[in-house]
Structure formats: structure tokens, C-alpha cells
Design a protein around this ligand. Structure first.
Ligand code: CA
Length: 239
């Protein structure tokens, strides 16, 4: 089996989320970045962005400052408080050149900013720099259990050498369980470990994500590794 060899040579992560209400800019960014081989998920508001994030892996977010129903700043702040996204690289798009506003953006947790109007080439080079930085930073080893191989750095899962697409939460959940196999975790414990302590989320949310995860793993017969332990919770079986 050379599935390890394959996963070690994965390209840099390249799933970009854009949060921008002006469709002309949204389309321009999508067109420009997809030409460079990046995958772009577009959204027009913070709630729409959250919907995308529930089902797609996101490696970097481009957030417009002025959004309908709340500023991009608030959205970035909410990401930074979220244990699933507190290290997600964020670039803010801003029409404001005022130094004070740019500082506010960086204080809110943005990693970089691009002032409108901007050239797609400039935006792309900023993205590349940020992705490289976060890629180098997370140099955890590749975790292999059974047919599954988890690359924490590239944020990718492979089953029998084939890439499996997972939502961000499902990825985090699986990563936690794969790192701690053969142990039963209650829903409350999983909420604490994966969503973060003090998160006000209903326990059945865990079941929903386990269900999604099993569905993604089923084609590889790897769903059986995720066992439901009656009255207790869930367990990942290492073999
Ligand atoms: Ca806007």
C-alpha cells in the first residue's frame, strides 16, 4: 500500500470562501482565483458564509468589510471566538484606506487586508503567502488508521488513497476520534473537545455530524469504525 506516499505529496490547501455582497466583485474574485487552481465558495453575507462552512472545507476566507446585516468585522470576530475557525486565515477586503479602520480589521483577527480597488494578481499573491504560512505552521504528522489517512496540515482525508470530501466540523470530529481511538466519548465530551468548552449547542448536534461523517465514510466501508455505544456515546475503533 502506498497511500501514505500519496498523501505526503498533497498540494497546499486551496479552498477559499468569499463573503462579499457585491456580485461583480464576487464573480471577479472567483474567476481570478479559479484560474490559479483554487476552489472558490462564494457567499453574500455572514449567514450564507456559515451555511457554506457547514458543508465545505474552508482553508482561507476573504471577507468584505461592509456586509448587509452586520459588518465583516463582526463576522471575523465571531470566527476568532469559534474553536473550529479560530486559526482560519482571513483576508479583509476594504474600501477604507483610513489607517484606523485597517488597524480595527487586524485587531478583530484578520491576518491581512486588501484595499479596494485591488488587482486580482495582488489578492492571489496575498492568499498564497497566507496559505503557505498556515500550511507550514500546522506540521502535524499524517494519521493513518485502517483505510483512513488524515493529513492535518493539508486538511484532507483519504480512504484507500482516495480523497474524501468532509465538512469542517466533520473533519474536526473525525480528527479528534482518530487521535483518541478505542475510547468512548459522550456527546457532552465531544462537544467540549471538538466544539470547545462552554459551547451552547444541543447534544443531538453531535449525532447529526456523526451521521454526516458515516455517510461520507460509507463508500469505503469505514463508517463501521465509528461505533455508537448505547447510552454512552461514540467510539472510534482503531482496527
Ligand atoms: Ca460590500
Amino acid at each position: 500500500m502506498n497511500s501514505n506516499k500519496q498523501t505526503k505529496h498533497l498540494a497546499m490547501p486551496g479552498n477559499i470562501l468569499t463573503v462579499e455582497d457585491e456580485s461583480a466583485i464576487r464573480d471577479m474574485v472567483k474567476f481570478a482565483l479559479e484560474r490559479h487552481g483554487l476552489t472558490v465558495h462564494s457567499s453574500g453575507s455572514a449567514p450564507e458564509a456559515r451555511q457554506v462552512m457547514a458543508t465545505q472545507t474552508v482553508d482561507l476566507a476573504i471577507v468584505d468589510w461592509m456586509l448587509p446585516g452586520g459588518s465583516g468585522l463582526e463576522f471575523v470576530r465571531s470566527l476568532r471566538k469559534d474553536p473550529l475557525y479560530n486559526s482560519l486565515p482571513v483576508i479583509m477586503l476594504t474600501a477604507r484606506t483610513d489607517e484606523h479602520d485597517i488597524t480595527a480589521g487586524l485587531d478583530a483577527g484578520a491576518d491581512d487586508y486588501v484595499t479596494k480597488p485591488f488587482s486580482p494578481r495582488e489578492l492571489h499573491s496575498r492568499i498564497k503567502a497566507l496559505l503557505r504560512r498556515s500550511h507550514d505552521f500546522h506540521d502535524d504528522p499524517i494519521l493513518t488508521r485502517g483505510p483512513l489517512s488524515l493529513d492535518m496540515a493539508a486538511h484532507r482525508l483519504h480512504a484507500n488513497g482516495e480523497e474524501v470530501t468532509l465538512g469542517h466540523t466533520e473533519f474536526k470530529l473525525l480528527a479528534f476520534l482518530m487521535k483518541n481511538p478505542d475510547r468512548v466519548y459522550s456527546r457532552t465530551q465531544l462537544l467540549d473537545h471538538v466544539w470547545g468548552p462552554g459551547t451552547f449547542i444541543e447534544e443531538r448536534t453531535v449525532d447529526v455530524h456523526i451521521l454526516r461523517l458515516r455517510k461520507s465514510l460509507k463508500p469505503y466501508a469505514a463508517d463501521k469504525l465509528l461505533a455508537t455505544v448505547r447510552g454512552a456515546g461514540y467510539r472510534f475503533t482503531a482496527s
